[in-house]
Design a protein around this ligand. Structure first.
Ligand SMILES: [Zn+2]
Length: 222
């Protein structure tokens, strides 16, 4: 069940806070999820950002996105919900307001009444981990399709932010290590032909930073 929303304190939203906030996601297209790569709250599974007022704790990243894209209006007591069902997404086009009841009803319909991980059984997660750790690992998107979950759900398993008790002894190759020079050349060519960083990240099963580093010549200077 969702927790009641927390008020956003205007005095905690200053320039350095906003700079930090905007550095924790990569802006994609209207339809893509802009995934938060800052802290993830391990109770709510939402992206989280610490306030400049230590006593106020953390804000949910998607609520801050709502706030800054709606003339600094705090939607409290309403909840900020996701049309994409991806809790770490901060794309303002995927956010809408609802009551806490709407949020709980939405979650129940989407089959994740307790948290983002419950849609999979432990046995399925073990199978996914075995696949992720294998030599010829499928891409996260392939696994997502196979198990009928979103790609971020697979990412959370791979990055051990969810289901840690099952994955702690399993070595999963880091994203990006499977790239080779030919793939890097392809990535650059596709990007130059208009493919988005987010889609390339999905296609090559690496995170967006790896793609962005390649494109900007920070890695793989080939
Ligand atoms: Zn989204």
């Amino acid at each position: 069940m969702s927790l009641p929303a927390k008020p956003i304190h205007l005095e905690s939203i200053n320039e350095s806070f906003l700079a930090r906030f905007h550095s924790k996601y990569i802006k994609g297209t209207l339809t893509e999820c802009w995934e938060w790569f800052g802290t993830i709250n391990n109770v709510t599974n939402y992206g989280a950002i610490s306030t400049i007022i230590p006593s106020k704790g953390n804000y949910s990243a998607h609520r801050i996105m709502w706030f800054v894209t709606h003339n600094n209006v705090d939607p409290i007591p309403l909840q900020v919900l996701h049309t994409c069902d991806n809790r770490i997404c901060v794309n303002p086009n995927h956010l809408f307001l609802g009551t806490i009841q709407d949020n709980n009803a939405d979650k129940t319909t989407k089959g994740r009444a307790r948290n983002g991980s419950t849609i999979l059984t432990e046995q399925q997660v073990e199978e996914i981990l075995t696949e992720l750790a294998s030599e010829a690992a499928p891409t996260q998107q392939e696994l997502a399709n196979k198990y009928g979950v979103s790609r971020p759900t697979i990412s959370h398993i791979a990055e051990k932010t969810h289901w840690k008790h099952l994955s702690k002894d399993i070595k999963i190759p880091k994203w990006g290590v499977r790239l080779n020079e030919n793939m890097v050349i392809e990535i650059k060519a596709k990007f130059n032909n208009g493919e988005s960083v987010a889609n390339l990240a999905i296609e090559y099963n690496v995170d967006r930073h790896s793609i962005s580093n390649i494109i900007h010549g920070r890695t793989w200077k080939c």
